[in-house]
Design a protein around this ligand. Structure first.
Ligand SMILES: [Zn+2]
Length: 58
């Protein structure tokens, strides 16, 4: 089994449905599907619980 890298490459706003994808080249999020609500304070579905790498023992 390869090391499970849990870096998200996609995130969706739970409020307005805006979807963004991670660009390695730009090192930034990019809009993937519709701008959503520009006035929305986006509530990304990966907030809070994200861990960069799974299975570290330290
Ligand atoms: Zn939003």
């Amino acid at each position: 089994m390869p090391v499970q890298i849990r870096r998200p490459d996609r995130r969706e706003c739970e409020r307005c449905g805006r979807i963004e994808e991670w660009s390695d080249e730009a090192d930034a999020w990019r809009l993937a599907d519709g701008p959503g609500d520009v006035y929305c304070i986006h509530e990304w579905d990966i907030n809070g619980t994200f861990l960069p790498i799974e299975g570290t023992d330290e």
